[in-house]
Design a protein around this ligand. Structure first.
Ligand SMILES: C[S@@+](CC[C@H](N)C(=O)[O-])C[C@H]1O[C@@H](n2cnc3c(N)ncnc32)[C@H](O)[C@@H]1O
Length: 283
């Protein structure tokens, strides 16, 4: 059966347009990483794009360190956006062989243009779906997926693919939105992945709670997955998004603002958690 082509999330249209116009604030904030930030002070108020970029870099490092990545490894970054995670690894490590995968050729073009391999590292950018990775078995030491698994067609299929392409003993680290047990029903009721979400953020599934996630990871062959809840440290993200939505009219569409508000409230009341998951394959 033929599958419908997978579209990149709609917010990338507006973001790419801003970047093409050379908007300095959008470029500083989201020209490298396109994900939530990590602040040690949950009450921080990010005022500028540069403030936001520091927190986004910190979140990326925390996911990479959860793997952990080490010099000389072969690393796959799935849903690689503009290549920010690979750019960060490129600056911190040497002799890495890094591959970024994305369904969006426009994002891959920006990654190829902005990330220049240094430190004896290598970079490769490939257009592909996270659920049909175009690699042979047992290729990578680490698979990363920073804040993108909720967009993928299936968590189970992605986890099985990650497991297949990892070498024995390889490691997976990702960040994702994971509902609490009490949050599941509430999130369903508030239609968190409904039409407004699809119109702004695209396909979003944040209804896989920890026990189900753990079971999916284990049936894909991962042992002892750990879930680190960093929600409080990500909350200043919403202050920044709110302030930019007011100023960046193009992505300040009502659906985007209301969806972000729903995510924020769900996170503040404890229904939705921002989690770093790490897990390994047996040898
Ligand atoms: C929130 S962005 C995160 C980007 C990047 N990981 C980062 O942290 O900057 C989500 C990314 O997932 C990508 N994506 C969505 N669905 C995908 C799929 N099925 N396969 C590969 N990438 C996908 C999007 O194009 C986008 O780059």
């Amino acid at each position: 059966m033929a599958h419908a082509p997978i579209e990149p999330p709609p917010y990338f249209d507006a973001l790419l347009e801003r970047l093409a116009q050379g908007d300095p604030e959008a470029t500083a904030a989201l020209g490298r990483h396109v994900h939530w930030g990590y602040w040690s002070d949950p009450d921080a108020v990010p005022l500028t794009g540069a403030d936001y970029a520091v927190a986004a870099e910190e979140l990326c490092r925390r996911v990479c360190d959860a793997a952990p990545v080490r010099d000389g490894m072969r690393v796959l970054d799935v849903g690689c956006g503009f290549g920010g995670t690979i750019a960060s690894l490129n600056e911190r490590f040497k002799h890495l062989d890094m591959t970024g995968v994305n369904i969006d050729p426009r994002q891959l073009a920006r990654a190829a243009e902005t990330v220049t391999a240094i430190n004896g590292n290598r970079t490769t950018w490939i257009e592909a779906d996270a659920c049909a990775l175009p690699f042979a078995n047992d290729q990578f030491d680490v698979v990363l997926a920073v804040e993108c698994v909720f967009h993928f067609p299936s968590r189970a299929t992605f986890l099985a693919e990650a497991s297949r392409v990892l070498k024995p003993g390889g490691r997976l680290a990702l960040s994702d939105f994971v509902p609490s047990a009490e949050g599941l029903d509430a999130l369903r009721k508030h239609d968190i992945g409904g039409s407004e979400t699809r119109a702004s953020y695209g396909t979003v599934d944040v209804l896989c709670a920890e026990p189900e996630y753990r079971a999916l990871a284990q049936s894909a062959g991962f042992t002892a997955p750990t879930f680190e809840d960093i929600t409080p440290h990500t909350l200043p993200t919403y202050k920044f998004i709110r302030s930019t939505a007011a100023r960046w009219q193009a992505i300040g569409a009502d659906a985007y603002v209301r969806t972000t508000r729903r995510l924020e409230v769900s996170s503040r009341v404890g229904w939705l958690r921002y989690v770093i998951l790490s897990a390994g394959l047996g040898l």
